[in-house]
Structures are given as C-alpha cells and as structure tokens.
Design a protein around this ligand. Structure first.
Ligand code: FAD
Length: 313
C-alpha cells in the first residue's frame, strides 16, 4: 500500500528518534516515526514475567546536559523519572514504572507506527522512498535514521565518503539474564552493582530500584568479552555460567529466568559530532547514541542535534 508523501519520517523510535521527532514537530513539521519493535523505546526496554518486573536494556540515566535535564525535571515527581542513587556527586535516574516509561511518555502526541521494519531506503529525485518488510511503501521529503549505525548502513545507499566515515562505528554485544528469585536478593542497597569483571558487567535488583512486582527480579548483564564469546552458545549453557557467576549476590533460589541478546548494546567508540547530516539530495541525517554518547542522554541529545541540523537547512 502506498502512503502520501510525509514531511519527515524518522526511522527508529528509541530516545534519539523520539527527541528528533519532538523537536521537528514543535517546529511545525508533520513527523511520522517507524519502528520495528512492538512498542517505542528501543534499548530502554522493560518487561514483566512470573510476577517480577525487569529493565533489561538501559538500567539508569544521567542528566548532565541542561537540555536533557529540563526534560527529566519535567517528569520528576511522577513515576516516569526519579533519582535512584548518586555516584561521584552525580545522580543516576530511573523510571519506577520501568525504563520504557520515559520513551512512552516522550512519544505522547507523536505519530508512531510500531511493528514496521524498514527493509530498504532509496532516493527518488527529491524524495526518499521507504520499503518495509511488511510490504508497505512510504515517501518523505526529509529522513532521519536512528537505528544503530551498521543497521543504517544496510538500509541506505551512501557515498563512499559517508560509508568510510561511518563504517568504523562498532558496538559491544550484551547478553542479559532476567532472573526471578524466590526471596530477596543479596545485592546491597541501592540495588545496583557494577562488577565490570568478566563474565559480569552489572547486576540490578529491580524491586529495590522501585519497579513493582510480587517477586524480586534481578537483571544480570554480561560483560562484552563473555557476550562475544558466548553469542552463539545455547542459552541454557550461557545462563548457567552467568547465574553461577552472579550466585554470591542472588541470595535466594532462581525460580525462572529469561535470556535476551543485544547485538548493538552500546557503541565502542562514538563519532565526534552529535549527528551525521548528508547534503546533496533530499535531507538525510543519522542520529543515535553512536553520535551523542553511549548512553540514554547521549541518544536524546543526538536526536535534538539531528532535528536542529535539518531545521537549519
Ligand atoms: C543492556 C544495555 C544496558 C545499558 N545501560 C545503560 C545505562 O545504564 N545508562 C545509559 O544511559 N545507557 C545505557 N544503555 C545505552 C542506552 O540504552 C542507549 O544508548 C540508548 O537507549 C540508545 O538510544 P537510540 O535511540 O540511539 O537507539 P535505540 O534505542 O536502539 O533505538 C533504535 C530503534 O530503531 C529501531 N530499528 C532498528 N532497525 C529498524 C528497522 N529496520 N526498521 C524500523 N525500526 C528499526 C529499533 O527497534 C529501536 O527502537 C544500555 C544499553 C543496553 C543494551
């Protein structure tokens, strides 16, 4: 089915895509976000199972930059954003409703189509034509791409210069185990431990963090070396290794667990500009945490920068 020509399409409704879309919509553009996920938020992911509630992507966020700080301040006092703990004089925030609550809130008032996987993007004179795996076609005058960079490179026909600039951006992988416990965990307050010693990266007790749930849910994130080595290992085996490594902090028997693999967890290195705009055709700009910094706040700021780059054209 062909759709009418859009002012602007944003591919990816994670924090960077939502920030770009909000900025562009505030400036008067009609914006449509497309995301392959069942809901917005990308790596700000939360889920319930077996009576426990988990954040299994981003665990917390910082608000160093005044622009992002203003957004976070706007949600303080609600369950969308609350201080979790301080480290080195800086506050780490979380969402007591689950980290996905922040992108859900930022998506209010935006046009978002979820469950739409972009398969290819091609230039057609002054327009971008987007083809989806579901067989739909979209056209737009302006395009913002906020998928992880290797996924963007697979979608776009770019110049050799742009490919050279962007193809060096790599991401760590991350294997996550979501463990439901029969009782309390042994993770000390405030419920977050950065282990940073393979095979473990971090441990988080979601109930101590403030997420609801009758049962304690602990999120175990593996380190990058373990995640790479065990990417193809059967999940039962990988989970056994990670649960054994985490055992000193679990404190209660594991009754159930789930396994999730993040192929693009956090960028290994970031590009030295907040977005990557491409001239010489219909406007196209790439954004995401690979440009703004490998964190929630970086993704947000990159989305804003991408929108501003477009608005200055
Ligand atoms: C395990 C883990 C732990 C983390 N911990 C922290 C932390 O504690 N603090 C912190 O600040 N940051 C953390 N991060 C990083 C943080 O989550 C990211 O930096 C941020 O969420 C990235 O936002 P983004 O918009 O750039 O990308 P994403 O959130 O990845 O959004 C990209 C979107 O593009 C969509 N997409 C991809 N391909 C297509 C396609 N073909 N068609 C349509 N849609 C598509 C995806 O579905 C996704 O929603 C963590 C990340 C992970 C994975």
């Amino acid at each position: 089915m062909n759709s009418p020509v859009e002012d602007c399409i944003v591919i990816g409704a994670g924090l960077s895509g939502l920030a770009a879309a909000r900025t562009l919509q505030s400036a008067g553009l009609e914006v449509l976000l497309l995301d392959k996920g069942r809901r917005v938020g990308g790596r700000m992911a939360s889920r319930h199972f077996e009576g426990a509630h988990f954040d299994y992507g981003a665990q917390f966020f910082t608000a160093r930059d005044p622009e992002f700080r203003r957004v976070v301040d706007g949600f303080l006092g609600t369950d969308v954003a609350a201080p979790w703990f301080d480290r080195e004089g800086e506050t780490r925030y979380c969402s007591p409703l689950g980290m996905n609550a922040l992108p859900q809130s930022l998506a209010e008032g935006l046009r978002v189509a979820c469950g739409v996987t972009v398969a290819a993007v091609r230039r057609d004179q002054n327009l971008w034509r987007i083809v989806t795996e579901e067989g739909e076609e979209y056209s737009t005058e302006v395009l913002v791409v906020t998928t992880p960079v290797p996924q963007a490179l697979a979608l776009l026909e770019l110049s050799e210069q742009a490919r050279n600039d962007l193809s060096t951006i790599e991401y760590h992988r991350c294997v996550a185990i979501l463990a439901v416990l029969a009782g309390e965990s042994a993770i000390p307050a405030p419920g977050f431990l950065r282990i940073a010693q393979e095979p473990l990266q971090t441990l988080a007790d979601n109930r101590q963090k403030g997420l609801d749930g009758e049962m304690t849910g602990v999120t175990i994130l593996a380190g990058p070396a373990f995640s790479l080595l065990h990417w193809e290992t059967v999940k039962e085996e990988a989970a056994k290794l990670l649960l054994a490594a985490a055992a000193p902090w679990l404190g209660s028997p594991v009754t159930h667990w789930r396994y999730h693999r993040w192929r693009y967890s956090q960028p290994v290195q970031t590009f030295d500009a907040r977005c990557y705009g491409i001239e010489g055709g219909p406007p196209l700009v790439l954004a995401g945490d690979a440009f703004g910094g490998p964190r929630v706040e970086g993704a947000f700021l990159s989305g804003v920068a991408a929108a501003n780059w477009l608005l200055e054209r």
